[in-house]
Design a protein around this ligand. Structure first.
Ligand code: SDX
Length: 429
């Protein structure tokens, strides 16, 4: 793979050749492993300049605002594909034929129910527990039910665990919501497609019929596609690190859900709605944009900025269109919260601080508004993000674990603590 090399010279005269690897797309990488044999570590807190692995799943070009799932542009998949087909693509590397898709959908539908005893888990939580706390607990416990498929060296076992997770996340997500509002759980209905089934489990009640709005079903399916994968983001890197120890896939996905919860990552969509409610009125937008620019003020505009995208997040472009479609179909464009968000978007896109720092609205800025319009409470937004991202997480886990050469991830550090010293008895301190 190395057809070029870099060279570094140390003060002591040592010269180290470092192989350079050429990608299909994107930046070349310098293999710094040889540095260790010369008594040094590299130092890159936050992994701003670090490629943690080789992957064939998703490619992002932050400068151009490009996002590809196995080479296919996200806007084409959002317009022409559906979430299950995109899940097959992420997991297997190619779009399915009609026969392959029918078989995949059947495999998923066979696993949409959860073991009946899992229902008891929920009773241990307070009704007002954050749904993410419940989801972390329930998903982490799934390995207690599926001992028959935990041999991570077995490709079939890895695939059955992937099917189970993709199939059960909507059921568990809807159960988290139903439990929080004191309504009975709704069983999966395999006569519905993936998105319709999720809406039905979320919003139908046994006492009356529930008509699925096709515009809303298409919108939620598109939200799932947009959130399905995103290269080596914080939660995917967490899943990979957990998986590198040989932990079972359910435990690894549970660690990904935990990492996603943070407001700097997947918790941002909920934080956007909380921020809009805090701003409260269009007249206050200028004051909050000013606060976001102030280095001494910890306030940041939630839903703006991205570690990789220094151009418009391509998902945000699609999400913005979907947001307007949903709000128009619900005749909700006059909603104060939406009006406030559009004013904030306008000001931020024209503000020199945001323009200079290339802080554009990201996918979370519009997904929160759309989910809110769909009648989903903001504390469920990251649960839905986790539902969609599960196929990305399990695809990366599978890609890593299926490599015979994979090894445990174990970073080193720059130690700046105390030098060695002897213990002093308490009378001498
Ligand atoms: C997701 O990694 C992924 O791919 C994540 C994700 C995925 O699909 O997995 O895309 C999902 O997490 C999207 C991001 C959602 N988070 C938010 O919307 C929270 C608000 N955004 C920021 O917290 C921030 O932009 C981050 C965390 C997203 C990115 O932070 P970085 O790359 O570490 O950049 P930074 O914090 O160093 O910011 C660079 C500069 C700083 O100013 P200086 O110190 O250089 O003067 O920009 C400023 C920051 O202060 N800045 C902001 C800002 N974001 C960055 N200032 C005001 N408001 C903001 N939102």
């Amino acid at each position: 793979m190395a057809d070029k090399k870099a060279n570094i010279k140390l003060d002591n005269g040592e010269s180290i050749d470092l192989p350079i690897y050429t990608p299909t797309l994107g930046k070349e990488v310098i293999d710094v492993a040889p540095i260790a044999s010369h008594g040094h570590f590299t130092f890159d807190p936050g992994f701003v300049a670090t490629a943690s692995c080789e992957s064939k799943i998703t490619f992002i070009d932050g400068e151009k605002g490009t996002l590809l799932y196995r080479g296919y542009p996200i806007d084409q998949l959002a317009e022409k594909s559906n979430f299950l087909e995109s899940s097959y693509l992420l997991l297997n590397g190619e779009l399915p034929t009609q026969t392959e898709f029918v078989a995949f959908e059947k495999n998923i539908k066979q696993h949409t129910m959860v073991h009946q005893q899992i229902n008891q888990f929920f009773n241990g939580f307070r009704r007002d527990a954050h749904p993410m706390a419940v989801m972390v607990g329930v998903v982490g416990a799934l390995s207690a039910f599926y001992h028959d498929s935990l041999d991570i060296k077995n490709a079939e076992d890895r695939m059955i665990s992937a099917y189970r997770l993709i199939a059960k996340m909507p059921t568990i997500a809807a159960m988290c919501y139903k439990y929080s509002i004191g309504q009975p759980f709704v069983c999966p209905d395999n006569s519905l497609n993936y998105a319709e089934n999720f809406l039905n489990m979320m919003f139908s009640v046994p006492s009356e019929p529930y008509d699925i709005n096709p515009v809303l079903a298409k919108a939620i399916d598109r939200i799932f596609i947009l959130h399905a994968d995103h290269e080596q983001n914080a939660s995917t890197s967490t899943v990979r690190l957990a998986g590198s120890t040989g932990a079972n896939p359910f435990a690894c996905i549970s660690s990904g859900i935990t990492a996603l919860w943070g407001p700097a990552h997947g918790g941002a969509n909920e934080a956007v709605l909380n921020m809009l409610r805090e701003i409260g009125d269009v007249s206050k937008v200028g004051e909050y944009v000013k606060r976001a620019r102030d280095k001494n003020d910890p306030f940041r505009l939630m839903g703006f900025g991205h570690r990789v995208y220094k151009n418009y997040d391509p998902r945000a472009t699609v999400m913005r269109e979907t947001c307007h479609e949903v709000l128009s179909s619900l005749d909700a464009k006059e909603q104060p919260l939406f009006q406030l968000a559009m004013e904030l978007e306008k000001i931020a896109l024209e503000d020199e601080y945001f323009v200079d720092k290339k802080l554009y609205p990201n996918v979370d800025f519009y997904s929160g508004l759309t989910l809110s319009a769909l009648g989903i409470p903001s504390n469920m937004f990251t649960v839905i993000f986790a539902l969609a991202r599960t196929v990305g997480w399990i695809s990366h886990w599978n890609e890593m674990v299926s490599q015979p050469s994979f090894k445990i991830g174990r970073p080193r550090q720059l130690y700046t603590g105390s030098d060695i010293r002897d213990y002093q008895t308490i009378s001498k301190r």
